[in-house]
Design a protein around this ligand. Structure first.
Ligand code: ZN
Length: 77
């Protein structure tokens, strides 16, 4: 599977990392890394289309990024 954009960059369209927290770039709601297994709670009225589990989404984006890099290597690019 090919990715049109870098999955990490895609993640940062919705989220930002700050210290040990992830922050919604729209509503600025935060979640601590220690709460990673809980659903992210956006602030009222937030229109972010981000995943309800940003830490898991980040881990997945990292996996996809690695896969993308491997495929690029194999293609000799
Ligand atoms: Zn939000």
């Amino acid at each position: 599977m090919l990715f049109k954009t870098n999955p990490i960059i895609e993640w940062t369209r919705h989220w930002a990392l700050e210290a040990d927290m992830v922050r919604c770039v729209r509503c600025h709601g935060i979640q601590l890394a220690t709460d990673a297994d809980r659903e992210f709670v956006h602030l009222r009225g937030c229109t972010s289309g981000g995943a309800p589990a940003p830490w898991a989404a980040l881990a997945l984006a990292l996996d996809h990024s690695r896969e993308q890099a491997r495929r690029t290597e194999h293609n000799g690019a």
